[in-house]
Design a protein around this ligand. Sequence first.
Ligand SMILES: [Zn+2]
Length: 364
Amino acid sequence: MPPIYPFTAVVGQERMKRALVLNAVAPRIGGVLIRGERGTAKSTAARALAALLPDVQVVVECRFSCDPERPTTWCTECRERVAHEDPLPVMKQPTPFINLPVSATEDRVVGTLDIEKAIQKGERQFEPGVLAAANRGLLYIDEVNLLDDHVVDLLLDSAAMSMNIVEREGISFSHPSRFILVGTMNPEEGDLRPQLLDRFALSVEILGLRDARDRVLIMERNLGFEADPDGFREEWLGKEGDLSHQIEAARQILDQVTYTQRDLLSIAALTASLNVDGHRADLVILKTARAHAAFEGRTSINDRDIALAAELALPHRIKRGPFQQAEITMDDLQEKIEQLQGGSTTGEPEPVPGETESVEKKKV
Ligand SMILES: [Zn+2]
């Protein structure tokens, strides 16, 4: 395998990096769509993220990389195995990076059950697909807009459920399928259907960097990496290790991260005020905010977590409104949250327009 460019050496593109890292902390957020022109480090960053993620503990000889600590998610084979082999042996393996070919078919993605064998010999034979290989890892789909819509739907379902269930003629096989979903597309080559767009939890738009100093930095680092990939990786090892540990620590406390009724109101008021279609965005913002709090080592969310999450959850879901043309920024969102809270936390009824004015005049 050729050496992989370090994630922490990617210059700029902070939103993309944040979206990737938060999905790594909490894959159940449901994936990220990266939209941008060619040559903007999309695939480099995704591959680099997988490479720095901590090794995962798996059941030895399980074809689906089952997590020994989550028996409820085990594949059909591990469930059967544990009856005569308890406890199941475990080992560590690197986080897989799976690149989905654009020509992938449904069978190739979900796997296939050999029905003939089942009928003839009474054996259940399952041929694993991409969803099996991607379990516990990162599934990368380059140019997701060119993939068959039905296949994209399957992938998004699986990312949301963390499980792949294949049923045919009364025979069923299931295995865990919990992965970090990363899709990329170049909007110049056709867009995704709006229904599919909305199913990607987060989206980021990336552009080539305009700051000359940043561009110089990109050149210098690329040249450094090309000249001596191993030496370059060595230089960044410390930073890579720090981020890896931070992600691992965040995963440990993610389930403990709490939120209040006020946080939910902030999210709902924000999405309502921005004309966001549907309700998916609200949950995505909450999940992403929790992942961000965990990433910073906290066990409760705050307004900044919400704003940072909204910045990633909203760009592809706002149809009209003040942000249609301009980019939504974290600062805009945080300001908006504060305004909305100001309006709802005073506890006093809104003055009826005109009425207060006339009362004031009478006093004078
Ligand atoms: Zn298994």
